[in-house]
Design a protein around this ligand. Structure first.
Ligand SMILES: Nc1ncnc2c1ncn2[C@@H]1O[C@H](COP(=O)(O)OP(=O)(O)OP(=O)(O)O)[C@@H](O)[C@H]1O
Ligand SMILES: N[C@@H](CCO)C(=O)O
Length: 300
């Protein structure tokens, strides 16, 4: 009997915003903007069809990140498909700090396990989180892409963990996406090896406050999105993003650099429409609700 489920199988995977200000590498939020992946096991070969964001740039062979993630999942499940077709409709802007690589990784792992009979039991969410974190290098985008909602997460040499925390129903976000990207790898290279104890202490307080603020104490969102660990260090790679963050914050708005940037995200418990006029020329503004589902298989 074939170990593979009859295809094609479709998964949808959300964009994510990591850090959210002070939660460097440990806080992330899933957002209502999705890539769609359709996969099928066939007799031979590899076909990759792309539409939308990155379709003119991304490789259409084994180097494609979704394909690499799928291969990793098949390996973990001890199966090897004779051939594979992947169709991707990409809506998440890439290299902008909205978790596109994590969406590709989590989407690829989820798609592969859905293509294997009993794959979801053999490769459960905890296993997907471990594999995805290993591929991405840190968990704060992959965890919300997997689970949806607001996630507190971390990893060390032995363990990877992710816990959902509540989000007040009136919280939503506006993302201001600049025309040019910055690679996460490059942005991580700008960070210092050490910070003073007082800086670490201040940042810890803001991160803890953010959990309470998103959970309902929304009058604290402005203070709770203050960061001391990464945003300013990355300014040389994204000066316009930092200028926009400063300008929005000077008006009391809970603005932050999304992930490794350069997108600027504003968290609000008010009318997001009112923020759209702050979008710089040439940038694109997205009003984004919180995604509570995480990656999901679409049953047609
Ligand atoms: N949908 C996709 N399909 C295939 N590869 C992708 C896809 N999305 C991203 N990638 C790969 O990941 C790279 C971008 O990853 P990077 O971590 O730099 O940015 P990001 O994930 O968009 O931002 P952040 O991690 O700050 O949220 C792209 O250059 C591409 O190689
Ligand atoms: N925590 C990560 C998120 C981007 O992937 C960073 O800021 O580098």
């Amino acid at each position: 009997m074939s170990p593979f489920a009859p295809g094609p199988v479709t998964v949808e995977v959300p964009a994510t915003s990591a850090n959210l200000g002070p939660g460097f590498d440990c806080l992330g939020l899933a957002l209502d903007l999705h890539d769609t992946l359709v996969g099928e096991v066939v007799d031979s070969g590899l076909v990759v069809e792309l539409e939308g964001e990155g379709a003119d740039r991304l490789p259409r062979d084994e180097r494609h990140l979704v394909v690499r993630a799928m291969r990793r999942a098949f390996e973990a499940l001890s199966v090897e498909p004779p051939g594979l077709v992947l169709r991707a409709v990409n809506r998440i802007p890439q290299s902008r700090g909205l978790g596109s690589s994590s969406a590709a990784i989590v989407g690829g792992l989820a798609l592969a396990r859905a293509l294997v009979v009993d794959g979801a039991e053999a490769l459960d969410d905890a296993a997907v989180l471990r594999l995805a974190t290993a591929l991405e290098g840190h968990p704060d985008n992959v965890a919300p892409a997997l689970h949806g909602g607001f996630v507190v997460c971390g990893h060390d040499g032995a363990d990877t963990w992710a816990v959902n925390a509540p989000v007040a129903p009136d919280v939503s976000a506006v993302a201001f996406v600049p025309p040019d990207g910055v690679s996460t790898e490059m942005a991580r290279g700008l960070l210092p090896a050490e910070v003073p104890h007082a800086v670490a202490a201040a940042n810890t307080g803001r991160a803890a406050l953010l959990v309470a603020a998103l959970g309902g104490a929304t009058d604290q969102l402005f203070r709770a999105t203050e960061d001391f660990l990464h945003q300013e260090f990355r300014a040389p790679a994204m000066p316009e993003s930092l200028a926009l963050v400063h300008s929005l914050r000077s008006d009391g708005l809970a603005a932050l650099v999304s992930g490794a940037g350069p997108t600027v995200l504003v968290l609000t418990d008010g009318d997001p429409e009112a923020l759209l006029g702050r979008c710089p020329d040439g940038w694109v503004a997205h009003r984004l609700a919180v995604d509570h589902a995480g990656v999901r298989t679409v049953v047609s």
